[in-house]
Ligand binder design. Structure first.
Ligand SMILES: [Zn+2]
Length: 240
């Protein structure tokens, strides 16, 4: 995934330079202008600084070719979901000013239905997976369409095709799972001889690496294995 830093100049209308609070969601948009490039949309945001075309911007803009322009640093506020009123469900989850704790991604598209190129779609999956990992977000609950927050018909493709939206979130989840999901799907018995004793564990041998669970291996070596969910840490102790 290619991300090109092409930041807007700080200005009242599209890059206020305010610090973003803790990121609690990622909002997906369409640019609502078929076959325009990420660069053209970035420049549209930039030109808002003269005050003649209102407020609005986003952090990321995905091009038709799948490359990404970073227009606003992810530590700063962008004006992508501001509205006079918000859906009550969104207020419950994000508070009364969602611009203050969400990142915005604009997607280019090829027609007025909002259909994206395969390259744009693929990058959207990768970018959302990266951001969910970085900010510890759940792709099934913390990814939003602009529509989910304000009711605006945006990203139109995903509003008109709600099952595509569900599929998309699942793809982000799979992307975050990376190899581990594939391992679970292809598991086999892996034989070990540990200090002279034979064992067989469910696992996988792939690309010169042997995968088994830490629990299986450590428990037969005489340790107890626990899991601390909050810090996502495996806790290994000697058996009493
Ligand atoms: Zn939008």
């Amino acid at each position: 995934m290619k991300i090109i830093k092409d930041l807007l100049t700080i200005n009242e209308y599209s890059r206020p330079g305010l610090k973003l609070n803790k990121v609690q969601g990622v909002v997906v948009h369409w640019v609502a202008n078929p076959n325009t490039s990420a660069k053209a949309n970035r420049n549209f945001f930039e030109n808002r600084r003269n005050g003649k075309s209102g407020y609005g911007s986003a952090h990321y803009i995905i091009d038709l070719d799948g490359s990404v322009i970073l227009a606003i640093p992810p530590e700063e506020v962008a004006y992508h979901v501001g509205a006079k009123s918000y859906r009550s469900e969104a207020i419950k989850r994000l508070g009364t000013y969602p611009n203050g704790n969400t990142l915005g991604i604009e997607c280019t598209h090829v027609d007025w239905n909002g259909k994206m190129t395969p390259e744009t779609y693929e990058t959207l999956v990768l970018l959302c997976a990266d951001l969910c990992k970085k900010y510890n977000l759940n792709p099934l609950t913390d990814l939003y369409r602009h529509y989910d927050i304000t009711g605006k018909l945006c990203h139109k493709w995903f509003v008109d095709h709600p099952t595509e939206w569900e599929t998309f979130k699942q793809k982000v989840k799979e992307q975050m799972g990376g190899n581990m999901d594939k391992i679970a799907a292809n598991k086999e018995q892996v034989k070990f001889n540990l200090l002279g004793k034979n064992y067989s564990f469910e696992g996988l041998i792939k690309d010169g690496k042997t995968y088994v669970t830490a629990r299986d291996l450590l428990e037969v070596l005489g340790f107890t294995v626990g899991w601390e969910a909050q810090s996502k840490t495996v806790i290994v102790k000697k058996k009493d």
